[in-house]
Design a protein around this ligand. Sequence first.
Ligand code: HEC
Ligand code: HEC
Length: 381
Amino acid sequence: MNRALVLILGVLLASWFAAVGVSKPQSVHNLAVPDASGSKKAEEQYKNIQVLKGIPADQLVPGMQFISASLGVECQFCHVQDAFDKDDKKPKLIARKMMTMMFAINKDNFDGHREVTCFSCHRGSTNPLATPPVMAEDLKPLMEAAAAAEKSEHAEAKEAPSPDQLFDKYLQTAGGKAAIDKITSRVMKGTITFGGRNVPIDIYCKDLDKRISFTHTPDGDSVTAFDGHEGWLGIPARPPRDMHGQELDAAAMDANLHFPAHLKQMFKEAQVQGSEKIGDADAYLVVGKREGKPPLRLYFDKNSGLLVRLVRYADTPFGLLPTQIDYADYRQVEDVKIPFRWTLARTSGRFTIQIAEVKENVPVDDAKFVKPAAPPEQTPK
Ligand code: HEC
Ligand code: HEC
């Protein structure tokens, strides 16, 4: 299969595949071994863990994605191709020291709260700036405008509606609880755009907790699936990879056909934190806290009340790794309003899905959501 396409698909499916997508199937297999218990420690799953002992194995690769994004580098900046356990590259050794340093800074200065992260210093570069830039004359109006905006934002937050009012308005605009409760399945056909390519995609949702999408690439289908309990990702000619931890949480959210009706119950605590411009829309930001999970940021269009952006996070030892989904082109289907276009962006890449055709409450065969059996031991070609 085309190497570039594997890479792009990898980015699509969570950049995890990007890291290993071009390596030998054998090492893919090693990395893809699912942690059956779900609570394995990093050192039990990986070969050469010295600093990150004790973290959940699930968090290791998201943590690596966080580091890569913080420094603006690819995995190979620190790792030898096909041998992530090797210590041959100097940046990997420096990174170990940096991890220890970061943990110590937070422990000694911030009561162990993760305030300082790799990104705090690095800001997308391997070489953090040590010297502040001089003030350029034309920066001044910008700074003043920013200060003014901050003031008005604070003033406005006081008059802003409550989170429950925003959730209610969204639910009403989306069709209301009665109409949404009637949805039992949804089948969508459209186009996914990534890395300058357009490829057809089919999405099947059923029973509020099952969702599978098939991206039809010239080399075969790539799959993102959740069956209510387990989730998996597949790219052509590779064994499927199981989802873990917060990936499953995210997959369950995407599979929830009654999402607008379930929002209110989702949070232990929710707060309106000002407003932001999302595309052309002015939107209220609601930050929702959930028990034992990273927060969600939800942006509701001030005029329509519709959800225009959702930001969710994967927790990692180094900081929160964001996924941002922008919803647009809301259209009426039967009695509900759903987005026909959404753009999902991660630190590693982005894609847009444009739906052309939607069918609601049509029969969807349960067999669609059956996970393929684990393939036999891969032998390198
Ligand atoms: C800035 C350096 C750096 C970058 C970039 C980086 N890593 Fe790492 N990685 C490390 C360090 C350091 C360790 C060892 C941590 C320890 O000893 O506790 C490690 C360990 C690993 C391991 C465990 C290997 C084993 O068996 O012991 C895997 C897998 C891994 N990284 C994957 C990745 C992937 C995938 C990427 C790209 C998304 C990536 N890394 C990017 C520094 C890096
Ligand atoms: C408190 C600020 C700070 C934090 C936090 C921080 N770094 Fe650094 N890091 C630096 C500075 C400053 C340098 C450059 C040092 C130099 O020029 O010798 C550096 C250099 C590095 C380098 C070497 C880059 C190269 O060009 O070879 C790596 C790799 C690195 N950091 C990884 C990390 C990782 C991974 C984290 C998070 C676990 C992290 N850093 C957190 C300040 C920080």
